[in-house]
Ligand binder design. Structure first.
Ligand SMILES: [Zn+2]
Length: 66
C-alpha cells in the first residue's frame, strides 16, 4: 500500500497544534486555518503557470487595446 507523503496537503493548526489536512477549518478543533497556501508553485506544473501568465497578458492586452 503506497501512502505518499504530501507535506503540502497538511498544515499545523495554530490553535491546537494538530497536523490536519489543509482546508478552511481545522478538523481537530474546528478553528479556521490560515489559507495562505491553498496553491503552491510546487502544485502547479509548467503548463499551468504558463497559462496563468498568458491569461494575465491577454487581460492586459485586452485592457490596452480597447
Ligand atoms: Zn485545531
Amino acid at each position: 500500500m503506497n501512502q505518499p507523503e504530501k507535506p503540502e496537503q497538511t498544515v499545523t493548526c495554530p490553535n491546537c497544534q494538530a497536523v490536519v489536512p489543509a482546508g478552511p477549518l481545522c478538523e481537530n478543533c474546528g478553528q479556521p486555518l490560515p489559507a495562505r497556501k491553498w496553491y503552491s508553485l510546487k502544485g502547479l506544473n509548467a503548463a499551468e503557470i504558463f497559462l496563468l501568465i498568458l491569461g494575465s497578458i491577454m487581460l492586459l492586452v485586452g485592457l490596452v487595446a480597447v
